[in-house]
Design a protein around this ligand. Structure first.
Ligand code: PMV
Length: 351
């Protein structure tokens, strides 16, 4: 490995069609159920540059230009992936990490998935580790569960696994992006505010207190299998129904959490009503909403219906922004000119 060489990569979020909510092991981020997602294209992205250098005596992390407290509880947990990789490589030097999201953090747009997947991918490359995407997915999982799915492009399954050490809980590709290029994810930005309760805290609260959560676990593995079959058959109607019902089911367990977790707001509900109205007027499912731990909606549809769906959403007063995303290919390394690091000052490059 070259000395003091910055590596830069880009990665993207994923939107879960069957959601991960609740953990069987909090420390290892092992989920209570399997999940399936679509990795999106680079219109929403995280770019990360990493430099391992002996000019630093502690890791230094900048996100969107702001230096982070690397000793704070949240950052320590997030950086566990970096630590695992450094140990694997036998690397002693500290890391300078500079990362930029093209979209707001903490608003239910999967910034942690994109961020942690890209951090893991970039660090593995910077350390010269030859890891498979599956191996990287297991390491990214430690920083943020849903991040493991963003190591792959296309439609991705995260197996919950049964082993206590987590060695069978990893992501794998179900189909490549070109298998169903008509599939579109329309991100409907309704708010840029941070959510009140992070998903990190939410997972544990629902697992501990929701009565409905047990019935979610009883149905969800079967839903995963049915959803994967629908994707392979390119059957949008079945896919759409499974997507909407799973989002509603997860949010029902959130409302049933004590104290309740209410991520949806009135505008989110407006999206739900309008999508059902559209489907009814079309006589079939042509659009499917889904919500993560936040109020912002994502509406899954097919290319030929994008115009109709956009018009429908445009009529909602609080819609800030509508972003139409295709399936993405997963993370990739960028060139030197994309570096976010000023190697002379060890700070983010300006401009
Ligand atoms: O990976 P976390 O801990 O941020 O949890 C994400 C959970 C959901 O976004 C609500 C669902 C999912 O599968 O992405």
């Amino acid at each position: 490995m070259n000395m003091d060489e910055t590596v830069t990569a880009i990665g993207t979020p994923n939107i879960a069609f069957i959601k991960y909510w609740g953990k069987r092991n909090e420390k290892l981020n092992l989920p209570s159920n399997s999940s399936v997602s679509m990795t999106v294209d680079e219109q929403l992205n995280t770019k990360t540059s990493i430099l391992f250098t002996d000019r630093l005596s502690a890791d230094r992390v900048y996100i969107n230009g702001e230096m982070q407290d690397v000793h704070g509880a949240e950052m320590m947990e997030r950086l566990v992936s970096l630590e695992i990789l450094r140990r694997l490589a036998g690397e002693k030097r500290k890391a300078l990490v500079v990362s930029e999201n093209s979209f707001p953090a903490g608003s239910g747009l999967a910034s942690s998935a994109s961020g942690l997947a890209t951090l893991t991918y970039t660090a593995a490359k910077a350390l010269g580790l030859k890891l498979t995407p599956r191996e990287m997915s297991m390491i990214a999982r430690r920083g943020s569960g849903s991040a493991c799915r963003s190591l792959f492009g296309g439609i991705v399954k995260w197996r919950k696994g049964v082993r206590e050490d987590g060695s069978d809980s990893y992501a794998e590709q179900v189909v490549r992006p070109n298998y169903w290029p008509e599939l579109i994810d329309i991100v409907v930005v309704l708010t840029r505010a941070r959510k009140k309760v992070s998903s990190h805290v939410g997972h544990g609260l629902t697992t501990k207190t929701s009565v409905l959560y047990k019935s979610r676990l009883a149905y969800v593995e079967n839903a995963v299998a049915r959803l994967i079959a629908a994707v392979k058959e390119r059957n949008f109607e079945t896919l759409g129904e499974l997507i909407m019902r799973d989002s509603n089911n997860m949010h029902a367990t959130m409302l049933d959490t004590w104290p309740p977790l209410l991520y949806l707001n009135d505008s989110s509900k407006e999206v739900i009503y309008r999508v059902h109205e559209l489907n009814e007027s079309e006589g079939k499912i042509v659009a499917a909403y889904t919500f993560d731990a936040g109020a912002n909606a994502q509406v899954i549809t097919l290319k030929r219906n994008v115009g109709k769906v956009t018009r429908l959403l445009g009529g909602i007063e609080s819609v800030n922004d509508v972003i139409k995303l295709k399936m993405g290919n997963g993370p990739r390394v960028l060139g030197e000119s994309d570096s976010l690091i000023d190697e002379r000052t060890l700070r983010p490059r300006s401009g």
